[in-house]
Design a protein around this ligand. Structure first.
Ligand code: SF4
Length: 452
């Protein structure tokens, strides 16, 4: 039987990167990536950050369970954060499920696949749940990356912060940094494969290296030093990174980004709330004044830097007045863009147990709408400030005969500070770096003209 795998990935970039690794491992066993309706091995890589995402995974399993009724040879697996959180309960809940593995044991897949494929003497079906509390050591496998301009490169995993609303420390475990040499070698490979942009991933990139030993010269690795090393690599590429915890951003990191050639001027610094009491309830280790201080410092030091953030509307017990502090923070700090979400209670989290303080859904919905409106206005203000500037744009795609623009060829890419830029061009190709002067600002993008 041909081995054809389909992986559906929900959630963050870390999951996307994990799926590329899973595909690489499976390719060693003869599996090839396939469209959903043609596959005979289905894997869902799940996210449990919000209930909605968890429900989406279960509904997909239901669809695949239906396929298995007519094609019993089909195998179905679940991995990622929901698997790590729900463990063998999933095998009971979904009788058609064959394999459950977690965030800590992707590198155990070869053994799990072998077990799954092994014929049993009685010919009965093998069902496996393999969840580990400790990470299984990394092994060398090819990574089958999604085609395009950007490649994800995880530098660390897990988080030690235990924000009261967040499942990550429970599903991804404590912080674990990958060796400097491993990260550098992977970056070189990415560049040699022709990718133009590397995005370094970590739940808290500024913690990178805290768990690593000193090198042979007695130097302790840290994020700034890693950035500086990556900046020295040969090739035509850019580096981005995400996510930064506000009070962990060091002066050394700011200085490194300021002086680097390839590191893009963009920081994603989640604030979550603009109110000090709510921040305390969230167990965030800063207040509004400290957050403002770091944002102002980054802006002062790095020209044209973009600062983006995350906010939650309707955290348990948040009053209307406290919510308005979030709105005023976005405006006051001139944040360029923010991701938003209504609070969603998650299992095993302290905030999830504050049931007597939950905010009714209709209020959360209204606050989220106001938050989104504020983010939209902030984004337009930020884009308007860019009119007249010239940005180096990395072209990602081309729209031939763009109808909206009167049958002209439009190139779309991102500036170093992560703004989407559209411009007319007869010659630009994906992967080109082109200087563009910004002429017009829209809410979610900029329009400009190629400069000679
Ligand atoms: S910093 Fe807080 S929100 Fe971010 S991953 Fe860690 S626990 Fe979750």
């Amino acid at each position: 039987m041909e081995k054809k795998v389909y992986i559906e990935t929900l959630g963050c970039q870390m999951n996307k990167s994990d799926s590329e690794r899973i595909l690489g491992i499976l390719s060693h066993f003869g599996y090839e990536a396939e469209e959903e309706n043609e596959a005979n091995f289905y894997i869902i890589n799940t996210c449990s950050i919000r209930k909605l995402s968890e429900d989406k995974a279960y509904s997909k399993l239901g669809v695949w369970g239906g396929i298995k009724k007519t094609r019993p040879d089909v195998k179905i697996a679940i991995c990622g954060c929901v698997a790590q959180q729900e463990k063998e309960g999933l095998l009971k809940k979904f009788p058609y499920l064959d394999l459950v593995f977690g965030t800590h044991n992707i590198y155990e897949l070869p053994e799990l696949i072998e077990e799954l494929e092994k014929p049993t003497p009685e010919g009965e079906r093998v069902r496996i749940c393999a969840i580990r509390d400790k990470a299984v050591a990394e092994k060398e496998f090819n990574i089958i990356r999604s085609k395009g301009i950007n490649a994800w490169l995880p530098i660390m995993e897990g988080c030690n912060n235990f924000c009261t609303y967040c499942v990550v420390p429970h599903t991804r475990g404590r912080e674990r940094s990958r060796d400097v040499e491993t990260v550098i070698a992977e970056a070189k490979k990415i560049i040699s494969e022709g990718f133009r942009e590397i995005t370094l991933l970590g739940q808290n990139v500024d913690s990178y290296g805290k768990d690593l030993p000193e090198d042979k010269n007695g130097v302790k690795p840290n994020f700034a030093k890693l950035l500086a090393e990556l900046d020295k690599l040969e090739g035509n590429f850019r580096i981005r990174f995400t996510t930064s915890y506000p009070t962990d951003i060091t002066d050394e990191v700011i200085e490194t980004v300021k002086n680097a050639k390839r590191i893009c001027e963009c920081f994603h610094i989640p604030m979550q709330s603009g109110n000090d009491r709510v921040l305390k309830m969230m167990n965030r280790r800063y207040n509004r004044a400290q957050y403002s201080e770091i944002v102002n410092k980054v802006r002062r030091e790095i020209k044209d830097v973009t600062i983006t953030s995350d906010f939650i509307a309707g955290f348990p017990s948040e009053t209307e007045e406290e919510f308005q502090d979030t709105i005023s923070a976005i405006n006051e700090l001139g944040l360029d863009y923010s991701n938003t979400a209504a609070y969603s209670p998650r299992p095993n989290t302290p905030a999830g147990k504050m049931t007597d303080k939950f905010i009714p859904n209709d209020i959360k919905k209204r606050r989220l709408a106001e938050l989104n409106d504020t983010v939209k206005k902030a984004s337009l203000n930020s884009n308007t400030r860019d009119i007249g500037k010239t940005f180096e744009v990395l072209v990602e795609k081309i729209k031939e005969n763009d109808d909206k623009n009167g049958n002209v060829r439009i190139a779309e890419g991102r500036s170093r500070n992560n703004k989407v830029v559209h411009f007319k061009s007869e010659t630009a190709q994906p992967g080109d770096f082109i200087n563009v002067e910004i002429k017009e600002a829209l809410v979610w993008c900029l329009k400009g003209e190629e400069t000679k």
